[in-house]
Design a protein around this ligand. Structure first.
Ligand SMILES: Cc1ncc(COP(=O)(O)O)c(C=O)c1O
Length: 414
């Protein structure tokens, strides 16, 4: 017998990232030679969390009230402006009056609010076939379901045709479409969309919404500031958002965990863009209600660190320099892993940049177990294993591909 409600009986955290991450961390505590390539955080070459001095500086300058007092539910207007400046960068002036911001606990809070307010209970969201598994749990928590679009076509490019087909099916059935794109540095593959692929997405959104059907894109930009192409490239698609019809809207999910390495502070934001004032007012009203009912308000600490860094030009500049170094470190690790994979004949899913590299295999669970025997911890998911290159050293990035290839071959032979 269980005391849980019917809807909660099946609740079990299916994302093994946290569980397997905890096992790996425990093993590494006992034996420092263990390789922990599980959890999506950035580590330096010495094996400790990579944090930013400019973030620390902003933190130490905060007053008692700025750290510990309650924040307002949506976050202060100074926070909203700071987020807009950072997210829009060169497009700030164009977008500041056609956008709205809501403070949330991480990108997770932003996603939770988006799913809560742009779908009704029982409705379905459209997710990429390779994805961060927590999307599914957030939807379940909201009483919603999901379907997937195939992320890649046979050439390894973003599969616009399949996205459109699935969006059309859902539009006919549900009379509204909410879909998720995680770009750049997609988790788990590391794929980054091209300009033309983004143009294609906007064209589909306009075509499907021109009869007034609500078409909502949740743009999960968790890893935006780690794209090797840099700020200008990653903000370019935002220019396209201005071309959307009034019934089509983009809500971006910003993660302070990733951009500023503020993982445990739990700060992020929803950033919505619409030329229609009513859409912006609706967004602010409904998302404030949801935030108040779920977490009341997020951390003042996170809100004020971000406000300080993104609105003080000197601090912002030193933060950008530190970020540049972090990106350099990541791209060196990626290059080393990909070269190792090429030399070993290990296949990877299309990768461009980011925290993870994904390897297709027939028995991910068995590969995971065999690698644990070799003191290497990765994440098995669906038909792949995910290696978190952000959390391991350059040296490990060089040597892991051959070990993984041998393990996969060995298992496939049995
Ligand atoms: C793709 C993606 N989106 C969103 C998040 C949410 O992160 P947070 O809530 O810590 O900002 C993560 C975290 O790993 C992620 O990988």
């Amino acid at each position: 017998m269980t005391l849980l409600s019917k809807r909660s009986i099946v609740k079990e955290d299916k994302s093994n990232i946290i569980t397997l991450g905890a096992i790996a961390a425990e093993e590494k505590k006992k034996d420092p030679t263990v390789v922990n390539a599980t959890i999506g955080m950035l580590y330096n070459e010495e094996g400790s969390l990579l944090t930013y001095k400019s973030v620390d500086k902003a933190l130490f300058e905060l007053t008692k009230e700025e750290k510990y007092a309650y924040a307002s539910t949506p976050g202060s207007s100074a926070f909203h402006d700071a987020i807009k400046k950072w997210v829009f960068r060169n497009y700030y002036k164009e977008f500041k009056n056609i956008s709205e911001v809501m403070a949330t606990p991480g990108g997770t809070g932003a996603l939770s609010n988006c799913f809560a307010n742009y779908l009704d209970e029982g409705e379905c969201a459209l997710l990429p076939s390779y994805m961060w598994g927590n999307y599914k749990q957030i939807l379940y928590e909201n009483g919603e379901t999901f379907e997937t679009y195939t992320l890649f076509d046979e050439k390894g490019s973003f599969n616009l045709a399949n996205l459109k087909e699935k969006m059309l099916e859902i539009k006919i059935r549900q009379k509204r479409v909410l879909f998720v794109i995680n770009d750049p540095c997609h988790n788990p593959t590391g794929y980054t969309m091209t300009e033309d692929e983004w143009k294609g997405v906007i064209d589909i959104m306009n075509e499907l919404s021109n009869d007034g059907t609500p078409i909502i894109l949740v743009h999960d930009m968790a890893y935006i500031d780690y794209a090797k192409q840099g700020f200008d490239y990653t903000r370019k698609n935002m220019e396209l958002y201005k071309k959307l019809n009034d019934s089509a809207m983009v809500i971006m999910a910003f993660s302070g965990s990733k951009t500023l390495a503020l993982y445990g502070v739990r700060i992020g934001a929803q950033v919505c863009i619409s030329k229609n004032k009513e859409n912006l007012l609706d967004f602010a009203r409904a998302n404030k209600f949801s935030s108040r009912s779920k977490w009341s308000n997020t951390t003042n600490l996170g809100i004020n660190i971000i406000t300080k860094i993104f609105s003080d030009e000197d601090l912002k500049k030193s933060f950008e320099d530190e970020l540049k170094f972090a990106k350099f470190l990541l791209s060196k690790r990626a290059d080393a892993f990909l070269l190792g994979a090429k030399n070993a004949g290990l296949k990877t899913i299309p990768f461009d940049c980011g925290f993870f590299i994904t390897i297709p295999c027939q028995s991910p669970e068995r590969v995971y177990q065999a690698l644990v025997q070799k003191k290497i911890h990765v994440i098995p998911m669906g038909n792949v294993i995910r290696v978190t290159i952000s959390a391991i050293s350059l040296n490990d990035c060089e040597r892991l591909p051959k070990i993984i290839k041998d393990v996969i071959d060995d298992i496939d032979r049995k």
